[in-house]
Structure formats: structure tokens, C-alpha cells
Design a protein around this ligand. Sequence first.
Ligand SMILES: Nc1ncnc2c1ncn2[C@@H]1O[C@H](COP(=O)(O)OP(=O)(O)OP(=O)(O)O)[C@@H](O)[C@H]1O
Length: 739
Amino acid sequence: MGKMGNGRRNFSANPTDYKLLEEVGYGASATVYRAIYLPTNEVIAVKCLDLDRCNSNLDDIRKEAQTMRLIDHPNVVRAFCSFVVERCLWVVMPFMADGSCLHLMKVAYPDGFEEFVIASILKETLKALEYLHRHGHIHRDVKAGNILLDNNGVVKLGDFGVSACMFDKGDRQRSRNTFVGTPCWMAPEVLQPGSGYDFKADIWSFGITALELAHGHAPFSKYPPMKVLLMTIQNAPPGLDYDRDKKFSKSFKEMVAMCLVKDQTKRPTAEKLLKHSFFKHAKPPELTVKNLLIDLPPLWDRVKALQLKDAAQLALKKMPSAEQEAISQSEYKRGVSAWNFDLEDLKAQASLVQDDDDLQGMKEEDETMSLYVNHKDASSSRSNLGKPISANEIDCRGSASGAELSNSGSLNTKVVALEPDCDSVSQEKSVAFEKDGSGYEPVLSTSDKDMVQGHPKSQTGKSRQTQSGPLMPNIVLTHSQSERGRLHERCVTENQSATEKGKRDVRRAPSFSGPLMLPNRASANSLSAPIRSSGGFRDSLEDKSKGNVVQIKGRFSVTSENVELGKEIPLCTVPRGSSQGSPLRKSASVGDWLLDSRPVPISQSPKEVSTNVSNSVSNNAVPTSLLMPHLQNLFQQTSLQQDLIMNLLNSLQLTEVVDGQTGKSPVQPHNPENDATVETAASERERLLLIKISELQARMINLTDELTAAKLKHIQLQQQLNSACGREEDKSRRGERDI
Ligand SMILES: Nc1ncnc2c1ncn2[C@@H]1O[C@H](COP(=O)(O)OP(=O)(O)OP(=O)(O)O)[C@@H](O)[C@H]1O
């Protein structure tokens, strides 16, 4: 015990020596606690890495533990020791009293820090990266959430949960083809399957982190992961070149631009970047960062407040969108982490996500930390993503190299020491690290003692759900609608009138839209709902008939030909028999080319009529003039069906209105004897209404299908007709010439 050379401390691998206090942070696979090391009464941090939730296999975890132990740099968080407690790996670290830059921004600097502060933080981070890269390590998760601050202003890069050794060979090397990290910060080459990556990936993440510190959030952070993936690969790299970035210096912008070059070979090394003018004049963090922390409540209170805020936001979002978001997130992580995703498929899915404000809009990003909240939410929802670690796998054998862990027997063993012995540490040193050789004896602790204070509460206390299942486009779509960071927007949207919704949907579906979405409509008290299903068609046609339209009622237009201006004609009064005699005409579908109106038997369905007509046209057997009545009738029928649908909807709506006004049953003076009768009558009426509604819905589905088919046919016929007319005209011209 006690202090060892070069700042190394000796901590026991006995969990009862640690008293876990408040939770001070959590990530995708770990919860971090402030803790007391009882033998010396020191405040330290214990990161409890849930092995079940871990993406990495045990080898990677061991590597992380070793890496962290071997690190010896003032800007890198190192591990004092680590050991397995039940299904968690405990990593004992120095406590960074002010948490991460991300936390700090969330709590007090939602729009990011000032440039001089950013310069200090980034310079320290870059020193850490330079050290890691020099020693053959890629950090792979550089982001504000992993830049930790001490209350004296010291800045350290933490979290080696995903770090990889650049010098590794074989399996380990291949594992660099594994996607690990957080999409917003990931370099394009990391996201592209097959193309390996190296330490330059950290430089990209470093550039993204610079933007994160400057804006309070990473670029693309409001988009779903798949969209981020696509944008990172396809879009121009983000930078500091928007209006709001005017306040930043040229050298800052230039430094960021150097990091965010898609071609990794053109990115500078950390060593070279440190020489950039932006860092030359950076002040020590003790002078800049320390001031940020004045007047802030203790870290654990901040974390608690943030958790409450996150929970409130989640609750607001409600299921199922939040759940779906979590699924999407976790599936994305699961699929992509395992490097088993199909990029094309992801791209296709990402392209389904509604791009409501595209890159331009994104440039004016005004939302701040929502993604982080969601990322953490989603992250915390993830579980069992990694391979469950079996007793065999956790067979942490000690090895001559010390790279392996001491044999713990099995997982049933409550505590397994992961500390390498002195020799092993020396050998590691020969690989990369500068160390003083004062490592640790391997401590094989098989204490059967249950943890007294120490069991991480978060593992059971928090609602971290297991989410699994394939990536589903519909989820993606829902995801997009419930876009991260758009909670407010969504609330507003939900409050929009049905008409506005209709308009929006019309915009989204600019073509024939297939069957109406009855369940939605049934719950929406709006007449505009069914109309929107064919809004695209309406839109396209309306343009053609704008000339004499004086009033538009749903898909019908009142034309100046046969209506007294200003006189409103209720839709439900449109005569059923024919749309022709009515002042209401289908806005454009009955075109000016209606010449004749000889009826076709009404028993013939539009489908049949159109098939007959189409056959005639395509066979070129019937002159155009003969086709006209058929076409007209086809349209008449279509109109009739539309009218029918409108009527059905009107009657549905009327019923709803009446129900709403009367409270579903006739108003009667309260009489207990009547109650039962009234109730029975009401429920009977309700039942009948429900039956009626389902019948109507079924009919509407059929009619809508037919209508859609008829519309399609109409387009085809129109095209055929045009060409037939063309041919006729040619013929008659030729005939005239011959004469
Ligand atoms: N030594 C420490 N002292 C104080 N707080 C810490 C310490 N280490 C981590 N934290 C806090 O805990 C949070 C989560 O830690 P960490 O990033 O190591 O977990 P993780 O599961 O690996 O996260 P992720 O994979 O999402 O990056 C950090 O963002 C930070 O706020």
C-alpha cells in the first residue's frame, strides 16, 4: 500500500476495502462512482464496467485494464488497479472531481466554451493523444465526455474502454476492423467497412471534439446514428464556418479543418498538431478551466440533476418513440459494433429518414445537448451486446508475459484480481510504455466475501433494458420523426391542427399513396385525414385546373362556371347520383376534354371500365371519339366513389361530434334506476357504432384501393389517349394532303 514511484499507488483488489459513494457518471457500459479507499481514507473513482453490457470481449477488457495501468502521463487517466467483482470489472482510478467536459457543458455551458478555454482543454488532450500514439495506442473514443477535469483545472483524457494497440498483430490487429466508439465522433474510414484505420482516426475525433467544445454539441448530433454515418461518409467535413462561428479565430478554424480532412493520410499527427499556432498561445488549464468550475455544485449533485432531467425528457417523449429510439440506437450499436452490418443497407435506411432540414438547416443547429441525453439513454438501454462471458472465457490465466490475467477459476469467484505482476509490467514496458518497473505482484483474490458496501447500485437500479431485433426501416422512420433533440418540435407538431398535419403529410407523399391509414384516421378527429392520403395526386392535378377554381373543398373545387360566388355548398349535400350536375367538380381529374357523357353501366367497376378502355386504346381499334364517354364514365365513377367516401367520413364525423356533445348518451335527469338501462343502451350503441365503423373502414379500404388503381389507370389512359390523338391528327393531316 501507499505511494509508489512515478505516482503509482498500491490499491488492494478487495472490494470491501472500497466504499462506493455517489454515482458520478455513466457511459455505454460502465457506471463511475466516487469512492473511498478505506485503508487510506482516500477519495478515488471506481468505474464499474458491466461485463454483460460490454461490447468488448474479455481480452479487450484485460487490455484496457493493462493499458490504463501502464499509462503514465499527466494528461491521461490511469488505473490504479482493476479486478472482477461478480459480473463487473472494477477499475480504480483517480477521482476527477469536476467530471467530464460534456457534463460541464450540459450543466453550465450549453453553447460551448470560449476559445481560450477550448485551446487549453484541447492542448492537454492533444498531449495525451501524442503520448498514446507514440506508445502505439489508438484511443478510439476521443470526445468531450472522455475529457475529464479535476477541480484544480487539470485536464485528463479518460476511458480506454475501446483503445487499441497499433502494434498488435493477428486477432488484435483484426479487431481494428471493428467499429467501436460513438458515430458522431467517428472518422469516415472507421465507418467504412474494409478500410482499416490508424491513429489518425483519433485526430478526426479530436477535430469533432473541438467543434463539440465550441458549440456545446457535436456536429450531426441531432440525427439518428445511421444518418450520422451516412453524413460523415458522404458530406463535406464539418467545420467552423457558419455565422455563429465568426467569433472564433482563424487559427482555430484552420486547426479544426486540418483535423477534419477525409483523407486520413492528410491529417496531421498529434505531434505536428501540437505545434500549430492555435496551441502555441494556449494558457495552462489551471488558469482557464479552473474559473469555469467556480460556484458549481459538487459533481454528484450535478450528475443527479442531469439524470433527473434526462428522465424527465424521456418521460415526456413517452413510449413507443423513445423505446424505438433506444432500439434503433442499440441495434445500430449492436450491428455496427459487431462489424456485421451492410453499409449499403444502412445507407438505404438512412436515406429513408426524413431529411427535414438537411445540411443547411443543420448548419444552423440550435439545439444543444439533447443527443447526449439520448445517446446516454440509448446507451444505458443497451445490454447483453457483448458476448456473454462464460466461466471459461473468464478463465483469466496468469501468463509469463503478464499480459494474461491470473487464473480466477471461474466467474463464480466473486473477486478476481486483474493486476499484472512486476515482470509482466516490465515486459509491457518493452512493448511501449515508459514506466518505472515498480509494478504489482499478481494478486489472485478469490475472496468469497460478498461486497459489503460496494455493489454497484446502478446495475440493478436503473432501467437498462435489453433491446434487440433487426434494424427496421419503420423504426428508422419513427426515429426520424422523433428525431433526437427534437422533443420540443415534436410536441409542437403534435399540437398542430389536423389540417396542418394534412398539409405536411401531403408534402411527404407527393405521389399515389396507397391505402389510407385507417387506424390513424379513426383516432384523428379530422376530415382532412383521409384526404391527405391522395393529397399528392390532388396537388399534381390541382395545378392543372387552377384557372377557374374559386373555392377548394378537400379534393373538390368549386368552379366559376356554375356556382354563385360566396355561396357555400356543404360537402354532404353533394347529390349522390352524379358529380356532373353538381357545382362541385373533382378539381382536375375531370379535365376539359370531357366531350360526351354517355353513361357506362354503373355496375361496371372502374377497374373493368378502365381495362376495357385501355384495351381499346392499346389495340388502336376504337376511334378516340368513342373512347371519350368511357373515360368520362370512368371518372364519374371515381368521383362517385370519392363522394361516397366523403359521405361516409362525414357521417362518421357527425357521429363523433354528436357523441362529443351529448356525452354518448341522451341527457337525462339522474335517476339510479335509469342508470343500468342507459348504460346498456349506451354500450349497445357504442357496439353498433364500432361495428359500423369497422364496416365503413373495410369499405373505405376497398374503395381506396380501387380509387388508386383507377387513378393509375387514368394516367395510363391519358398517356395512351394523347398518343392516339397524335396519331389521329397525323392521319387526318396525311389524308388532307392526299386529297
Ligand atoms: N475518474 C473519474 N472521475 C470522475 N468522473 C469520471 C471518471 N471517469 C469517468 N467519469 C465520468 O463517468 C462518465 C462515464 O465514464 P466512461 O466514459 O469511462 O464510461 P464508458 O461506459 O466507457 O462510457 P462511453 O463508452 O460512453 O464513453 C464520464 O463521462 C465521466 O463523466
